[in-house]
Design a protein around this ligand. Structure first.
Ligand code: ZN
Length: 189
């Protein structure tokens, strides 16, 4: 079993050679970028999965990896992945919009989406926006189990502060790893 971790956005995501920061939010002179927060979560998740002896493929490891959004699913397939987890933060014009949601692209991915949704809401106490099927998103066209986690809203102060908290990040990546790791379910029911 091999997992693909896809930190959303980044270099060449939408246009070759152009860095896509994803959703951004300015607060006290600092610009928060979805791409860098998602990358931090992705790298932390990679470390936890590798520590559990699980194979991991990263669509991108840093700010310079060229990863067009339309090629990520096929890259994961070519790397031999069974499951793809894309990590994002949500955005909306209204800064009061908040909550966590897990998107999935095919009926076979619904069970994983629901498990992640329940566990991540529990561990973050971020509002439950429920799982949603989305057949239009490129990464969710992955041939296999694929989910896209919208961890919270970058412009919402409560969501963002939680997601920037290292302890919450640690809890989130351990929770995802636990759910993805089949050994855990085998050993712990
Ligand atoms: Zn995004």
């Amino acid at each position: 079993m091999k997992s693909c971790i896809d930190p959303g956005h980044g270099m060449s995501n939408r246009k070759l050679g152009i860095y896509d920061p994803g959703a951004t939010h300015f607060e006290n002179g600092f610009e928060y970028q979805e791409a860098s927060i998602a990358l931090r979560y992705g790298l932390a998740l990679k470390d936890v999965l590798r520590a559990q002896q699980l194979d991991v493929f990263m669509t991108r490891d840093d700010e310079t990896d060229h990863t067009p959004v339309g090629r990520r699913a096929s890259m994961a397939k070519a790397a031999g992945c069974d499951v793809l987890i894309s990590l994002h933060l949500n955005d909306f014009d209204d800064d009061t919009a908040n909550g966590l949601e897990v998107l999935y692209g095919n009926p076979g991915s619904k069970a994983l989406a629901q498990k992640l949704q329940d566990a991540l809401v529990d561990v973050t106490k971020i509002r439950n926006r429920k799982i949603k099927m989305r057949t239009d998103l490129a990464v969710l066209k992955f041939e296999g189990t694929a989910v896209l986690v919208e961890l919270g809203f970058i412009a919402n102060d409560q969501d963002r502060e939680k997601l920037l908290n290292a302890q919450i990040r640690d809890a989130v990546v351990h929770t995802i790893a636990k759910i993805v790791n089949p050994e855990f379910w085998f050993n712990h029911g």
